[in-house]
Write a protein that binds this ligand. Sequence first.
Ligand code: HEC
Length: 316
Amino acid sequence: MNSSLGRSGALAGAALFSFALAAAGGGVRPLTANSAGPLPGYSGAPGDSDCTACHTTNPVNSGSATPTITAPSVVTPGSAHVVGVSITGNQNPAKNGFEITLRDAAGSFVGSWTTLMLPPLFNAAKTQTHPFNAGYHEHSASGNTLSAWTMQWNAPTTLAPGPVTLYAAVNDADGDASASGDFIYVLSKKMFQASLTSPSSTWGLGALASLVFSAPGRAGDYYFIAPSEDPTPFPLGGAMELQVNPLTGFTAYALSTPTFFINLTGVLGSTDSATGYVYVPPVPALSGLSLHFAGVTTNATAVPTEVSNRFTALFQ
Ligand code: HEC
């Protein structure tokens, strides 16, 4: 069944371990067949290993395929979130696999996974929550023929402050039914509790564009919407990261130019939200410029209490 077992002692050990699990589980499913769904703990999340522990041919993230996690940029406590994992440009579109988990800002898995039945595949059997660790969701035996999978993460009704992060490991397999020859990728995606939106992501020169910042439960906190030309996240302590770099000089310029950048700081109102405005100067040279924005709330002693997604506007 498993032609690769002779290749390394580590693999053989792992296979023995899997066999022991299968025996303990009464042989409910063939756990030696990693192609039918890998063991938990290989997602690439903090504290986890990734699939290169056994799929050793290529270093992690060394291939030329493009893996993607799709998920809403904002997390809503108590609600279901559709999450997608996919890979394009892969060596063998007919054989792939993945494992995904999530961490809240305190570092724990929270919520639960649900397998979705979606047309046209009605792929109930294409993904599964791992039977021994409900924090992990992954491809199933029949799901390893897909290059894209869709599942659901159900958020708990209360969350620790800060974003939650999805972590996935994706196997661009060659389809030879062994652990060799495969390319492994790890990637992550954040979902934020505070949201920053604008009615349009293209802003006309001379227009007055609005930015709505909402941080549920944070009425009375100070807020700051930082504009920057640099979308590099900036650490604010712990899991809190401002999703733009405020140290490039542009943020300071914006704050000192209240004619163009209006209400970017203040106190969140009773609706937990505030609206900032940007008057886009009618200067043709600005056409084609992308400007990034991200929000943060703080308490009275300037300790961050929430951070938002990054919103990017294109001047046109
Ligand atoms: C403990 C060792 C081990 C780990 C960790 C592991 N695998 Fe595997 N995997 C194997 C072995 C052995 C095979 C070949 C036997 C089989 O097909 O199940 C394999 C095969 C596969 C295949 C089919 C490969 C092909 O070319 O036909 C896929 C897909 C797969 N694994 C996905 C994953 C993913 C995704 C991860 C990480 C989340 C992972 N595996 C982690 C041992 C492992």
